[in-house]
Ligand binder design. Structure first.
Ligand code: HEC
Length: 131
């Protein structure tokens, strides 16, 4: 869900989006692995997502091509155009903007989800509610 928000951010408002918009998403969803000492040890592929400089770093290779999200490995990984899809530990859930959210669930809640499974295995959530 957050990853999708990030995609939309990058895709829709390229000019309006700044690092400040996406930093909280990277911090909660990505930097637990993509950091010096993350869940999987050293940052996967040596790629850290815990600072602006590290995110844009081209030391090993280019992952962000400014102004060109379609050419950016970072965006392609989130969209699932490059595999494995990121976040590595996250379900490919996409919650539609029009999805019904009855009593917004909190992290850790057990939820009931109604949606459709796409050809790529992603679940497009149409309804989500606590159980
Ligand atoms: C659970 C750990 C984990 C999390 C969380 C995670 N990643 Fe990754 N990431 C990996 C692993 C492992 C790889 C290497 C996979 C491969 O390419 O074989 C990787 C690779 C990447 C790459 C490719 C780097 C390169 O140089 O090839 C990008 C870009 C990336 N991740 C971005 C993200 C983003 C953005 C998020 C958050 C939305 C994220 N990752 C969350 C584990 C994680």
């Amino acid at each position: 869900m957050l990853a999708v928000a990030l995609c939309l951010h990058l895709a829709a408002g390229a000019q309006a989006t700044t690092y400040a918009d996406v930093a909280p998403i990277f911090a909660t969803r990505c930097a637990k692995c993509h950091a010096e000492r993350g869940l999987m040890g050293p940052a996967p592929e040596g790629y850290r997502l815990n600072s602006y400089e590290a995110t844009l770093s081209t030391v090993d290779r280019v992952r962000v091509v400014p102004g060109h999200p379609e050419a950016s490995e970072l965006v392609r990984r989130i969209r699932g155009q490059a595999l494995p899809r990121m976040p590595f530990d996250g379900p490919p859930l996409e919650v539609a903007a029009r999805a019904r959210r009855d009593d917004l669930p909190a992290p850790g809640d057990y939820v009931e989800v109604r949606g459709r499974i796409g050809r790529d295995g992603a679940v497009a959530v149409e309804r989500i509610r606590p159980r």
